[in-house]
Structures are given as structure tokens and as C-alpha cells.
Design a protein around this ligand. Structure first.
Ligand code: SAM
Length: 280
């Protein structure tokens, strides 16, 4: 049974990092006219009510998106991401947070395509309703890892794959590597973006070692930590692994991370980093 609900965590510092990277990759893909394909293997509900019971109970967004979306000195590079947030909060009060499918929906063009997969019995219908009038999108209740085999390569031969599982099960750390390997075999030129939480550093070290052992080239790691690594329960940091990143992404994140870290973690604990872990 799936128990993870993203509504408890929407808009937290990990979402800020993930959705910043997502919006920068989409913006880079739009620099070429040719349409592209967006595959979101673990899409969630799409829209999250921040005044809802789940988000209020944890208050995670208060230490995430709330801290940055209206800052006057926000770097220009964040504007595509913030535009997607403003589109859901037109009166200037932060009531809704867009998940990855809604950020992509806002940024994609008329001829681009979205393929969204969500398995949860409550979140899937919410996501399907969000996209009921969008001809560019297909929404399936299916296993996201399976999509990395069945939906790749896309007909357009250009695309971005976001892999964002809940890591509820320890097996997810191996499943993401296997899934990427399957996807990359079929679509070696695609951009693959994998989100990961740092709960126990050792799990991430193993995951990265397994990923490097696949032989896949051109892998970038981006990480933002709110607290130092710890063996206590709870997420201290999160990161994105990007395969075939747009050429400007590392430099853009090097510009953004000091600002994001300063605003999101005013106490200054934790760290941030951008590392090319496997060269081209
Ligand atoms: N990508 C979303 C975003 O950024 O807004 C958040 C996704 S959330 C971290 C992970 C989602 O994966 C949950 O909604 C969960 O129900 C769903 N899920 C779990 N296992 C899955 C699977 N095997 N295939 C597809 N979805 C799955």
C-alpha cells in the first residue's frame, strides 16, 4: 500500500530545489524550436493547497517557498519557476503550490507533450482532473518505473524525464538506478533528472556508486542541505542528479545556490554543492 502523500511536504526546501532545476531544464529545452516530451514518472496530485490540513500540519512550506517567492532581490533565473507559482496565486497570497506536472504545464509550449504517471488512488484522480482539458497531456495510473521502458524514446526524440519517487521503500534507491539504466538504453540523448533525499548519507553514496557503475556519462549532482548529515531520522538535505544536463545548468545553479541557501536556511547550517560526478 502507498502511504506517502506529497501534500504534507509540498513547497518545502526540497521542492524548491527540485522545481528550480526542473524549470531551468525546461527553459533550456525551449531554446530550440523543435517540440519535446516531458515524462514525469512519479507525478503526485499536481496541485497542493497550502492552507489544507496536510500542509498546515507539517508547515514545511513555511521554511521553503514562503521564504523566497516574493523576495525583491530574487535572481532572474528563478522567474520561470515563480511564474508557475504566481499563475496559481494571482492575488499575491500563497494558497496553492504547483507540483512538477503543473510547473511543466505552465512552461511547456503548445506542441510539447506531457506524459504523467501516478499510482496513488487518491492523488491519481486529482491529477487526471487537472489535465482533463489539456490535449498535450496524457495521465496514467501506472508504475512510473515501467514507463521508462514503455514510453521511451519519445517520437520527438527530445525530452526530459523526471524521476521523483517517495523513497518509502529502501528498494527505491536501487529501482531508480535500474530505471535510469533502462530509460537511457532506449533514449541516450534524453535529459534525466532524478530527485533524492538525504536521510542516511550512506544510502546516497551507494546509489551514486551504482549509477556510476552503469557506465552512463555526463552526470551532474546538485545538492542543498538545511542541516549537516545525521544518523537521526529525517531528511537533512536533498539533491538532483541530472544526466545530459543543459550546458548552462551547472553555472546557473552555482549562481543560484548561495542565494537559495541563505534565504532558505537563515541559520547558515548545512551546505550546497554542484559536482560533475561523471564527465561527458
Ligand atoms: N513529482 C511530484 C512533484 O514534484 O510535485 C511529487 C511526487 S511525490 C515525491 C512521489 C509520488 O509518487 C507520490 O504521489 C506517490 O503516490 C507516487 N508513487 C509511488 N510509487 C509510484 C510508482 N511506482 N509509480 C508511480 N507513482 C508512484
Amino acid at each position: 500500500m502507498l502511504s506517502y502523500r506529497h501534500s504534507f511536504h509540498a513547497g518545502n526546501h526540497a521542492d524548491v530545489l527540485k522545481h528550480t532545476v526542473l524549470s531551468l531544464i525546461i527553459t533550456a529545452l525551449k531554446e530550440k524550436e523543435k517540440p519535446f516530451f516531458y515524462l514525469d514518472t512519479h507525478a503526485g496530485a499536481g496541485r497542493y493547497q497550502l492552507s489544507g490540513e496536510h500542509a498546515e500540519r507539517t508547515g514545511e512550506y513555511l521554511e521553503g517557498i514562503s521564504r523566497i517567492w516574493q523576495q525583491p532581490d530574487a535572481p532572474e533565473l528563478l522567474q520561470p519557476y515563480f511564474d508557475a507559482i504566481r499563475a496559481l496565486n494571482r492575488n499575491g497570497t500563497l494558497r496553492y503550490y504547483p507540483g512538477s506536472p503543473l510547473i511543466a504545464r505552465h512552461l511547456l509550449r503548445e506542441d510539447d507533450k506531457l506524459q504523467l504517471t501516478e499510482l496513488h488512488s487518491s492523488d491519481y484522480p486529482l491529477l487526471r482532473n487537472e489535465f482533463s482539458k489539456d490535449d498535450r497531456a496524457r495521465v496514467d495510473r501506472a508504475d512510473g518505473y515501467q514507463q521508462l521502458k514503455s514510453k521511451l524514446p519519445p517520437p520527438s526524440r527530445r525530452g526530459l524525464v523526471l524521476i521523483d519517487p517517495p523513497y518509502e521503500m529502501k528498494s527505491d534507491y536501487q529501482a531508480v538506478v535500474k530505471g535510469i539504466q533502462e530509460g537511457h538504453k532506449r533514449f541516450g540523448t534524453g535529459v534525466f533528472a532524478l530527485w533524492y533525499p538525504v536521510v542516511l548519507r550512506q544510502q546516497i553514496k551507494h546509489m551514486l556508486r551504482d549509477l556510476e557503475a552503469t557506465g552512463i556519462r555526463n552526470i551532474l549532482q546538485i545538492e542543498l542541505a538545511a542541516r549537516p548529515d545525521s544518523d537521526q531520522r529525517g531528511m537533512t538535505a536533498s539533491g538532483m542528479i541530472v544526466i545530459n544536463p543543459p550546458w548552462k545548468l551547472a553555472q546557473q545553479m552555482n549562481t543560484l545556490l548561495p542565494w537559495l541557501h541563505q534565504k532558505l536556511v537563515p541559520t547558515g547550517t548545512g551546505h550546497y554543492a554542484v559536482n560533475q560526478i561523471v564527465p561527458e
